[in-house]
Every structure is written in C-alpha cells, then in structure tokens.
Write a protein that binds this ligand. Structure first.
Ligand SMILES: Nc1ncnc2c1ncn2[C@@H]1O[C@H](COP(=O)(O)OP(=O)(O)O)[C@@H](O)[C@H]1O
Ligand SMILES: [Mg+2]
Length: 238
C-alpha cells in the first residue's frame, strides 16, 4: 500500500502512441489489483478518455473533470476525497501546460510505438521529465510480435531513460474493448493483452513503491541513514 496519493502522467509528443489507451487500461487494472480508489483525469481537449469513460458502465475508476489551470486544486481535492491513485492523460504536444502537468507526477509514462517516427519524437518528452526532475518510463506499445524493430526500439529508448520490461503488443482487442467503455481485462481477463496490462501495472506499481520507500526514508532520519542512496545523493530516489 502506498503511503499517500500518487499521480501517474501519460505523456508523449506523438499522437497515436497509446497514451489514452494505456491511461484507461492502467487505471482499471490498478483498481482491479486493489490500488484504488483510482481516478482518471483527461487534459486532452479532444477528450477521448472522457468519451470512453462516459460510455462505461462501471463507475470505477472515477473520472475527475479538470482543466490544466485547475489541476493543482483538483488533485488536492482528490487527495482529500481519499483517492490513492490518479492517472492523467495528456494531449500529444509539448507545451508549457504539459510541463506543468508533469510537475505533479510521481511517474511519467511515455508509450512509444516501435517506429522511427515515434523514436525520433521522444526528445522533448525526455527534456520535460528531466527539467521537472521526474522519473520517466518508456513503454513500447503496439509492437508486432517477433519483429526485430521491437527490440531495436527498446535499445534505442534505453539510451534516453528507463524502458518498462513489458512490451504491449498490437492487438485489435485494445481498440475493440474501448468501444463500449471497457478494457481488454473486462472482455477476457486471461487474454494475452490483459496479461500484458497486468504485468505493466505490476511494474509501474513497483516503481511507485520504490519512490515511496525513498520518500518515507527521507522523512525518517534513521531510515535515511540506512538507505545508501539517500546518504549519497540526499534526494528523493526512484
Ligand atoms: N497496443 C495496441 N494495439 C492495437 N491498437 C492500439 C494499441 N494501442 C493503441 N492502439 C490504437 O491506436 C490508436 C491511438 O491510440 P491512443 O491511445 O488514442 O493514442 P494517443 O492517446 O497517444 O494519441 C487508437 O485507435 C488505439 O485503439
Ligand atoms: Mg490520446
């Protein structure tokens, strides 16, 4: 269990990389795995995530109506209301507003398709995460099974930061499941797509827990002494 509410921001300059798809899937999976209550925030004016949520029958994860300028207050209210995790979807752009959203993140997740165009577009997202001192995780998304470019993409991305050890493959059920407001896990919890989402959530949760441990160690001087990372760098580590 995490000590306080955590925020995951899905960001990448490239449209179509999977931010909205994975925001919805990770929020639902987190709720299913007991990390809730979870809330979703859609900061993309296109509102794809909001539209998906509107046709969803299950009220969990919750949806918080927000705009860039109100995000700080809306996250504060979410904390007061007892949410444990907020997943924020962002538009495909690199703007000051997105940089501000990232400033609220405990974890920034950048879905990236294994294509030269997507790989070339990661720079600005890396810059924003670095400027804000945030942990960035790349997720190779919509990969073709057994294609060499998938591993090449993971290697290329690893030059820029951490790559999730889980690849999400291209499968029509990701799109199909979202038509009526669901996710692949809610169509078939045992399908391969559902397994990948589940593994991805486990990995992201572990990253959040690590950040949480370091965070608590900082508040407790004895624990901080016991953590060599804090002793050397004196900062919050992930
Ligand atoms: N792993 C995947 N397999 C198949 N289709 C995917 C996958 N991830 C995303 N898509 C599809 O790709 C399109 C773009 O995804 P989306 O999540 O909207 O990207 P973004 O929010 O980054 O613009 C959508 O039609 C979505 O259904
Ligand atoms: Mg989107």
């Amino acid at each position: 269990m995490l000590s306080s509410m955590r925020v995951i921001v899905f960001a990448s300059q490239k449209g179509g990389s999977g931010k909205t798809t994975l925001s919805g899937h990770i929020a639902v999976e987190a709720e299913r795995q007991g990390a809730g209550p979870v809330a979703l925030i859609d900061t993309d004016p296109q509102g794809s995530l909001a539209k998906w949520w509107n046709v969803r029958k299950d009220p969990a994860p919750a949806f918080i109506q927000s705009v860039f300028s109100n995000l700080f207050h809306d996250l504060d209210s979410a904390r007061d209301e007892g949410f444990r995790l907020v997943v924020v979807d962002t538009p495909p752009a690199v703007t000051r507003a997105i940089s501000e959203v990232v400033s609220f993140a405990d974890l920034v997740v950048a879905p990236t398709r294994p294509s030269p165009h997507d790989l070339r577009a990661v720079g600005p997202t890396v810059d924003i995460a670095e400027a804000r001192g945030k942990q960035l995780i790349f997720v190779v998304n919509a990969a073709t099974p057994r294609a060499r470019i998938t591993s090449e993409a993971a290697i290329a991305l690893s030059q820029h930061g951490t790559v999730a050890p889980v690849t999400v493959h291209h499968r029509v059920d990701f799109a199909a499941s979202m038509i009526d407001g669901r996710t692949v896990m809610e169509i078939d919890p045992f399908c391969q797509s559902a397994q990948e989402v589940s593994q991805l959530w486990k990995y992201l949760y572990e990253r959040l827990q690590r950040a949480d441990g370091a965070y608590r160690a900082q508040e407790d001087p004895m624990a901080a002494m016991a953590n060599p990372h804090n002793r050397v760098f004196g900062r919050r580590a992930v």
